[in-house]
Design a protein. Structure first.
Length: 132
């Protein structure tokens, strides 16, 4: 059996090179014992607008369709306007957190949908208020 362990972290000042990166991670609290067992450390570029759109909107694996399906399975009705999607994408693209920034409005959308007495319509203003 193979096991893949993924550690996701965002550092603006991470060095290049395997040994320098391992020391950098150890200095920030990652256990040396864990780092010694990691064969490969791969750094990824920050996602751009097309990648963020795919992460959020892909019909099969996107965060938004998955979240909407889960809410629908709970009997909740949520409509997300195109302007709200564009706002989520713009916020994520401008954020240092990149794709992680998509989670905040999606989590708030779920909370609001559960608390709402009627169908929830998510617009750009509502998204701005959630992340503002």
């Amino acid at each position: 059996h193979k096991l893949m362990v993924v550690l996701a972290a965002s550092f603006d000042d991470a060095p290049r090179g395997d040994n320098a990166l391992r020391s950098f991670l150890a200095d920030r609290g990652i256990l040396q014992e864990l780092l010694a067992r990691v064969d490969h450390i791969i750094t990824l570029p920050e996602p751009g607008a097309p990648q963020l759109r795919a992460i959020l909107c892909d019909p099969d694996q996107g965060l938004l369709p998955q979240r909407l399906a889960a809410l629908q399975a709970m009997g909740l009705e949520v409509t997300v306007q195109d302007e709200a999607i564009e706002t989520m994408l713009a916020i994520a693209d401008a954020s240092d957190d990149g794709a992680w920034a998509l989670h905040r409005p999606l989590a708030r959308m779920a909370e609001e949908a559960v608390a709402a007495d009627e169908a929830l319509v998510v617009d750009a203003e509502l998204v701005q208020g959630w992340v503002g």
